[in-house]
Design a protein around this ligand. Structure first.
Ligand SMILES: [Zn+2]
Length: 243
């Protein structure tokens, strides 16, 4: 389907984006690794809706574009000093040093990683992910506890769900009706707004297992802007979905 090219003025920068009409029901914005921005809207939606949406998401779009130009398309992640890595939605520069015990410390905009062999990239990755996991277990567990208190009147179980933390390739989270939730450790890398999106999504599944209207009604009750948050998260890693 043909796409129009539109522009949005964001502070001193012009965001050029393709407007594409599709059979989808909601509006979405995508920033591709080559720097192309695409806004998809339902077939009959007015263009003004896309314009308002781009205005609302412009900070995020500019942030993604900056990342495209600094990383180039499809550049693989390298775990060595000078590379940039996300934590809690912020980019930090990795600084690898010889040190024991192996650990990670945040210092300003640096992620300082101490390990027994800084030249061993796999070891560095392992130390970094151990730290991500510790942070996930602490902060995501907190978010689940908080949201469970808020939502418990709507949930079928009288106790908070069991939690598991895993590194998953395709999903941000999953849930079983036996009152247990798995969360992707990698979620900790992105904006806490996205943590809440996945936590609320999985908690809603404890009551409504499918993705029908009842599910989205429940989502909207607790997180009215869940769509924007979901698009933000999808933009960070398109291989994974909120399941
Ligand atoms: Zn789901």
């Amino acid at each position: 389907m043909a796409a129009d090219i539109l522009e949005h003025q964001h502070r001193d920068q012009v965001i050029r984006y393709h407007l594409r009409r599709t059979r989808r029901k909601s509006i979405g914005v995508y920033v591709f690794p080559d720097g192309r921005v695409e806004v998809r809207i339902p077939l009959r939606a007015r263009q003004a809706r896309a314009e308002a949406y781009v205005a609302q998401m412009s900070d995020w779009i500019v942030q993604q574009l900056a990342r495209c130009s600094s990383e180039g398309p499809q550049r693989p992640v390298r775990y060595e000093s000078g590379t940039e890595h996300y934590y809690a939605g912020r980019l930090y520069t990795l600084h690898v040093e010889l040190g024991s015990p192996q650990r990670v410390e945040l210092s300003g905009d640096q992620l300082r990683l101490y390990c027994l062999d800084p030249s061993d990239i796999q070891r560095v990755e392992r130390v970094l992910y151990q730290w991500y996991r510790q942070q996930a277990e602490r902060h995501l567990r907190d978010r689940v506890a908080t949201w469970w208190q808020v939502m418990r009147v709507d949930l079928p179980h009288s106790t908070a769900p069991d939690l598991r933390f895993r590194r998953m390739k395709r999903r941000w989270g999953s849930c079983s009706q036996r009152n247990s939730i798995s969360l992707n450790v990698e979620l900790i890398r992105y904006d806490p707004r996205c943590w809440d999106l996945v936590v609320v999504h999985e908690l809603c599944h404890l009551k409504v297992f499918h993705h029908g209207p009842a599910f989205y009604q429940l989502m909207t009750r607790y997180l009215p802007d869940w769509r924007a948050r979901q698009q933000q998260l999808e933009g960070m890693d398109r291989r994974k979905s909120v399941d």
